[in-house]
Write a protein that binds this ligand. Sequence first.
Ligand SMILES: [Zn+2]
Length: 118
Amino acid sequence: MLSTNDFTLKEARLSNNCPECYSNDSMEIVFKQKQKENVFYKFVSPEIFSEITCYNCNTKIFPVMWTDDIENVVSYHKRGIQPQSKSIKLKPFAWAFIIFDILLVTGIVLYVSGVFSK
Ligand SMILES: [Zn+2]
């Protein structure tokens, strides 16, 4: 059970013309950083991706549709972003699991080496 829980780093309004409906000042770009988590850990990936949506025609503007102007603006905004550094955080459940494992392994080792036998 790995859920993707991306978080937003930056949102900006673009004044470029939408490649779909040609309206200007209706596109918004969102920069997100990928984050995955399950019951054991939370992983912040260094991967950043951006999504452009035009709120005039309600279309997602995919990178293949970007004009040179849009690309320039995107790279301009991208420079100002400070992503979180890549990290893995273990959750309390993971620690409990690890400690339980250590105890279990220790128990087995002690049992196998004959500590418990009389
Ligand atoms: Zn549009």
